[in-house]
Design a protein around this ligand. Sequence first.
Ligand SMILES: Nc1nc2c(c(=O)[nH]1)N[C@H]1C(S)=C(S)[C@@H](COP(=O)(O)OP(=O)(O)OC[C@H]3O[C@@H](n4cnc5c(N)ncnc54)[C@H](O)[C@@H]3O)O[C@H]1N2
Ligand code: MOO
Length: 408
Amino acid sequence: MKEDTPLLPVEDARARTLALVSPLPPEWVRLEEALGRALAEDVRAQRTLPPWDNSAMDGFAVRSADLSAPLPVRLQVKETIYAGQTPRQEVQPGTCARIMTGAPLPSGADAVVMRERTRLAPGGDTVEILEAVGPGHFVRPRGEDAREGEVLLPRGTPLGIPELGLLVGQGMLTAPVPRRPRVAILSTGDELCRADAPAEGRIVDANAPALSLAVLRAGGVPSVLGIARDTLEDVYQHLVAAGGFDLVLTSAGMSVGEHDFVREAMGKLGVEQDFWRVAIKPGKPLAVGRKGSTVYIGLPGNPTSSLVTFELFVRPALRRMLGHSDVEPPRVSGRLTGELKKPEGLAHYVRVTATWQEGELWARPLSTQTSGALRSAASATHLLHFPRSSSRLATGDKVELLPLSWGA
Ligand SMILES: Nc1nc2c(c(=O)[nH]1)N[C@H]1C(S)=C(S)[C@@H](COP(=O)(O)OP(=O)(O)OC[C@H]3O[C@@H](n4cnc5c(N)ncnc54)[C@H](O)[C@@H]3O)O[C@H]1N2
Ligand code: MOO
């Protein structure tokens, strides 16, 4: 690949990366394991919920027609129904039942008056109703949450906590979701050593452990494959060992240095490169390709560059593999505190801390933006998108912010 390859706009690079991946085959897993994945098939309700009309308030179950008389209306209290009990009596004209939230509505009653709008006589045999209510008032109708047989959650629904609660309420213990992506992570570089085997004159491999955590948090299963030396043969041999994964992430060796062998090693392995080099900073030397069903993403070696490109390209790809249709990085609008300048040509993703003040999210760039320093990522809450065609942003300018999930 020639060094003057045109730089791909970030949106095109993401679209091309996403075009290489699809949802992985489904598996039935325990509900807590399904959190964060999207449903692989429609799930139908197995039971009607709530199973009966029931009260939304602590109060009195009444016949609403009784309340058309001038207020207050005095009614006879026939019984008290607690949640978990079955009403024993029908509510006849001129009567009512004391009822608690969640208790089944007795037959004859069609509305509930909340306790605060009533005056119970000493002894509790009668009650004065202080407000007129219509049919259905504070009644939660049978089947409001789910009706047996209907599609409760369609295929593709992201399974968050309420959705999983809904499935548990159906008595389900497992759900069908795409299996988790298996992700190989390979660091490359002669200068690297492992944290547990420090070596004089070397730096500790920080990228593989950091990427491994990012993969875990994004719902993948990481496998760290070690450190390849800066030779074509060693990188190639490590890539051979990464066969059978859904995604292979490599770190470093992506640029134009004489020891940058990763793309060549991928080529030797038969990986078809889709693109190399994106019009962004940090992260320009990113490369993406595919061989069979394995996608290869070569991340730049600078530690912050590898984490930023993870957010922009890898997380969306993992989300698609996990069945999500909404895979683009989330964005919110905010305002800049400070001034930013750059030449046109590359979109910059500036690490900022954003805080909510006077109804707006104010983004302050971290004092260092060097992609070689992880400090430029530590404590960042958002990436500020400084567009490709823009060269200056001033205090108060409206900016696009990508929330990060790097923090605690
Ligand atoms: N002549 C040019 N040189 C560079 C260009 C360019 O366009 N022309 N691009 C620069 C940019 S931008 C980046 S980003 C880097 C990326 O280069 P590589 O992907 O080849 O990465 P390396 O050069 O091997 O390493 C960069 C830097 O990061 C450190 N590193 C690498 N791996 C790790 C790790 N696992 N843990 C901690 N630190 C790591 C490495 O020691 C280097 O300091 O290229 C620029 N050069
Ligand atoms: O763009 Mo490189 O990713 O600055 O460090």
